[in-house]
Design a protein around this ligand. Structure first.
Ligand code: M6R
Length: 617
């Protein structure tokens, strides 16, 4: 999604802003631009395509200013053109603005501004807001209230705006200042030595400072070359809380891997260890969570769980549903955040809400959280980004602690969510019918997950060979049952999003109700077929595929006995406890998708049309 970088300091702003924009590339974008304040004016450069193109263009200009803004745009209003790229400049030439989000009432404001003589060069809502700021600035009596006319014109403009925004503005009359604000779109202030940075994502500023202030909705920050001040839209002063980011820029590097996605897949054993560190009881029979803000007695009262999320995180919800219902015997409902927020579902009063989101910024999940809270429900979040909107607005929750995930495709954040779902199932089960001994076995199994994942990762060279043989196919099915049905969905999503191959996930037995019509020698099926109670039924589904000449790739546990010759390819995973199985079974589907995408020459870390955090509806 769009990215924001800003700089106020003593160094040349351009290089710092471009470095920040490069670090935001993983979020997905289609054009980029920057604005530098210098020599009493604004130097604005924009390019369609990669930040690299913008860098080349900027290198040809004499940019020496020490205050500026940069932006990566992911088109919402208006096509992918240079004119629509940010920063936008007001028609009087005084203001430059970058913006993430959507201004919903932009068309009424535009009509009003046209009537006042302002003109527009783009189709964007952002240019409208930029001119609205200029309008309020122009009509402001100078020296009237002693406050900053730059800050107050931004504030006045925002009071007329409906929608969402993370914005940052420059004004030629204030050559050492930035004014920024947010509503439902993340914005972080970095407090460095003799410099301030602004970014929509910490990865863009962590190379210069780890001291940050997370702006809250409805807050503005006024940054000068000496200090900064935060206030609200209603002009109340806010005391800033300076947090410290607990990861470094090196941790966001590629570490010898060809892609971030590969690095993040192979980081999973460590990521899982970090996720569960310190979260088991001393007697080793249950899970412990510090941040639920819910007493055991309150948790005991819960008689239904509702999970909401999008995409991969939604698949994690489905696995949590399976494990909570299976072990704790408490009913669970799972919904897409985007559906829940509008469908006005009737809910049981004793329902406890969970939202899952690696980024903590997914707008639909944030809206689902707000809707549940509005109805009076307590909402907990499973999330990887401390300081994210979802983390801050939830009543409590569990941080994933897996470090930054840069590849657009969720990998280590997914398995960590699966692990936390399994731990929540354990926690709730131990309050109900799970015995001490069963709890101890469950905890042992979870503690063993990182090692089992290492063993599954050891299959990578074999999976790479399989990927080479199958990369030319244009349709795939992923089939699984029970707790591995969501992993089939996840396999299909991973493959389609990074390789652009059409793929679908189904519960294996649903094949004969329609999808079997797709089967031919041109459509491989990836079966998740672990040893267990319905192994034989999955084998029957495989036979149905083979009878129709469909190629079969079987992902199966080491001890299961597949009929010889049934599968064209066999990928083995270690046998494991039911709570760990979805985690371990995820590894081969991630690797298969990754190697197929690489084989097809796809831009694995930045797939087309996708963004790391989806902050627009
Ligand atoms: O940041 P979130 O976990 O809330 O993101 C939800 C989805 O947008 C995300 O999982 C998406 O499906 C990814 N492309 C999956 O790889």
């Amino acid at each position: 999604m769009c990215g924001i970088v800003g700089y106020v300091g003593t160094r040349k702003a351009t290089a710092i802003i471009l470095e920040g924009l490069k670090r935001l590339e993983y979020r997905g974008y289609d054009s980029a631009g920057l604005a530098i304040l210098q020599d009493g004016g604004l130097e604005v450069t924009r390019r369609v395509g990669r930040v690299e193109e913008l860098s080349k263009a900027a290198s040809k200009l004499p940019l020496h200013g020490t205050v500026g803004l940069g932006h990566t745009r992911w088109a919402t209003h208006g096509g992918v053109t240079e004119a629509n790229a940010h920063p936008h400049v007001s028609s009087d030439g005084k203001f430059a603005l970058i913006h993430n989000g959507v201004i919903e009432n932009y068309s009424q404001i535009k009509t009003f501004l046209l009537g006042k003589g302002y003109s527009f060069k783009s189709e964007t809502d952002t240019e409208v807001l930029c001119n609205l700021i200029a309008y309020h600035y122009a009509k402001q009596p100078r020296g009237a209230n002693g406050g900053s006319p730059f800050l107050s014109s931004v504030r006045k403009a925002l009071r007329h705006v409906e929608g969402t925004y993370g914005i940052a503005a420059l004004c030629v009359d204030f050559p050492t200042e930035i004014v920024a604000a947010r509503k439902a779109s993340p914005l972080i202030l970095g407090v460095g030595e003799n410099e301030y940075l602004l970014a929509s994502d910490a990865s863009a500023l962590v190379s210069r400072t780890q001291n940050v202030v997370y702006l809250k909705d409805g807050e503005l920050v006024h940054i000068t070359n000496r200090d900064f001040a935060i206030s609200t839209l209603d002009q109340a002063d806010v005391s800033p809380v300076v947090d410290r980011i607990d990861w470094t820029v090196e941790e966001a590097g590629m570490d010898g891997h060809a892609h971030f996605m590969e690095k993040e897949i192979f980081e999973q054993p460590v990521a899982l260890e970090n996720t569960m560190r310190g979260r088991f009881s001393e007697d080793g029979s249950t899970a412990l969570f510090g941040g639920l803000n819910l007493t055991p007695a309150e948790m005991r009262q819960v008689d239904r769980f509702m999970f909401c999320a999008c995409g991969t995180a939604w698949h994690a919800c489905l696995v949590a549903e399976h494990l909570i219902e299976r072990f704790a015997r408490v009913p669970v409902e799972v919904d897409y955040s985007s559906e829940f927020r509008y469908r006005n579902a009737p809910l049981d009063p004793q329902t406890l809400f969970f939202v899952i989101s690696q980024s903590g910024e997914t707008i639909d999940t944030l809206a689902a959280l707000r809707e549940a809270k509005r109805k009076g429900y307590r909402v907990l979040a499973i999330n990887n980004v401390v300081g994210s909107s979802i983390a801050r607005e939830a009543d409590g929750g569990i941080f994933q602690h897996v470090g930054p995930e840069i590849g657009v495709a969720s990998t280590k954040t997914f398995t960590s969510q699966l692990l936390l779902g399994a731990m929540v199932a354990l926690y709730v089960s131990r309050m109900r019918d799970m015995s001490f001994n069963d709890g101890v076995d469950y905890v042992k199994a979870l503690r063993g997950a990182p090692e089992l994942v290492r063993r599954a990762l050891a299959q990578a060279p074999h999976i790479k060979e399989v990927a080479k043989r199958y990369a030319h196919y244009t349709d795939f099915l992923f089939l699984g049952r029970l707790s591995l049905f969501p992993i089939a969905l996840e396999g299909a999503l991973k493959l389609k999003e990074i390789s652009y191959i059409h793929s679908e996930g189904y519960p294996a037995a649903e094949m004969k109700h329609g999808p079997i019509a797709l089967i031919s020698e041109k459509c491989p099926s990836v079966f998740l077929a672990p040893r267990g109670e319905i192994f034989n039924k999955i084998v029957s589904s495989m036979q149905e595929i083979k009878a129709r000449k469909g190629p079969v790739i079987a992902i199966t546990t080491e001890s299961s006995e597949l009929p010889p010759g049934l599968a064209d390819e066999v990928i083995l995973i270690p046998d494991c406890h039911e709570a760990v199985l979805p985690i371990v079974a995820t590894i081969p589907v991630q690797l298969l998708s990754y190697y197929i995408a690489v084989e097809r020459g796809c831009d694995v870390d930045k797939p087309r049309n996708l963004a790391k955090s989806v902050t627009v509806e």
